[in-house]
Design a protein around this ligand. Structure first.
Ligand SMILES: NC(=O)c1ccc[n+]([C@@H]2O[C@H](COP(=O)([O-])OP(=O)(O)OC[C@H]3O[C@@H](n4cnc5c(N)ncnc54)[C@H](OP(=O)(O)O)[C@@H]3O)[C@@H](O)[C@H]2O)c1
Length: 276
């Protein structure tokens, strides 16, 4: 079976490659600027999702049985909203599984807890682009999976962990908000759940957040403690008093999807607990 990881050079993409290749799948992956550095055997393809011809060319060259779109084009509408729909169109009729990774940014936070039945109500350009992609992908490919996730944490390599180290060292300005709450997930759990969904036959929207709701500050202190950093060095603040607009409290309720999966989506308190 050939698995194509779109956005394979990204943080989640690298872990998807590691697990897909480790499971013995032929693995192809795309990058926008430069191939990722992986130990696994991967066929790399340059791909900008903004290019319809490029999307069709890569899909027909790789002829995948599974496509997992782990790309992120930020708030760029052509990349984040339109690109995934192009990918859905290019794979339509091929019989391949399509797993589209989305975000809790599709929600405003007005209602705090969001299960899979809730309709997106984005309040940022990025959230709007992700919400539009979800709608377009499922219109073109009703058999696709839209997998919404939250802050992705790794073993020190995520942007969120890097930010905590830099804030503690004083090499970065800013603060960790105590009123900005999410359900962080570990990248290995997330990649495993995405590959499990790819092997199965579920379709539609699924939530893949971790089981604990944590503020950015709480998350930062857990990361600091694991890394032996003095957590009292972390600056705390309120997002409501900052210049950063966006949702405050968005808790992905992933219980319905978790009940159907063997992969356990651990909470941050568990995966960031100090090793004993
Ligand atoms: N990170 C989080 O905390 C978080 C939270 C919620 C949801 N998500 C979602 O999870 C997914 C993975 O996120 P991530 O943090 O792993 O992303 P990432 O590390 O920023 O990687 C983004 C990937 O997308 C590729 N890319 C960028 N622009 C592209 C374009 N125009 N066409 C095709 N590919 C393009 C990048 O290629 P180059 O490296 O070559 O530029 C890279 O491979 C995304 O869908 C994101 O929205 C992430």
């Amino acid at each position: 079976m050939t698995v194509l990881i779109v956005g394979g050079s990204g943080f989640l993409g690298a872990e998807l490659i590691r697990q897909a290749a480790g499971a013995g799948y032929r693995t192809a992956a795309t990058y926008a600027t430069r191939p990722g550095r992986t130990h696994e055997e991967v066929a790399w393809h340059a791909l900008d999702l903004r290019s319809p011809a490029g999307v069709e060319a890569v899909v027909s060259r790789v002829a995948p049985r599974v496509v997992i779109n782990a790309s992120s084009g930020g708030a760029d509408w052509a990349a984040t909203a339109e690109g995934p729909v192009r990918l859905a169109m290019a794979t339509a009729g091929s019989g391949c599984r399509l797993i589209h990774v989305s975000s809790d940014a599709v929600f405003s936070g007005a209602d705090v807890r969001y299960d899979e039945s809730r309709r997106p109500d984005p309040i940022t350009p990025y959230g709007a682009a992700k919400a539009a992609a979800e709608t377009g992908v499922l219109l073109v490919r009703p058999d696709a999976v839209v997998a919404r996730t939250s802050l992705i944490i790794g073993d020190g390599r995520s942007v969120h962990e890097r930010a905590v180290r830099e804030l503690a060292a004083g090499s970065r300005s800013g603060a960790l908000f105590t009123d900005d709450i999410r359900c962080p997930v570990h990248v290995t759990d997330l990649a495993s759940a995405l590959l499990e969904l790819a092997r199965g036959d579920m379709c539609g929207v699924h939530h893949l957040g971790g089981s604990d709701a944590l503020s950015r500050y709480e998350l930062g202190t857990l990361i600091a403690r694991r890394e032996g950093i003095d957590a009292s060095r972390l600056p705390a603040g309120l997002r409501t008093e900052s210049a950063f607009p966006g949702p405050l409290d968005v808790r992905l309720d992933s219980r319905a999807t978790q009940d159907k999966l063997r992969t356990v989506l651990r909470g941050g308190r568990q995966f960031l607990a100090p090793e004993v």
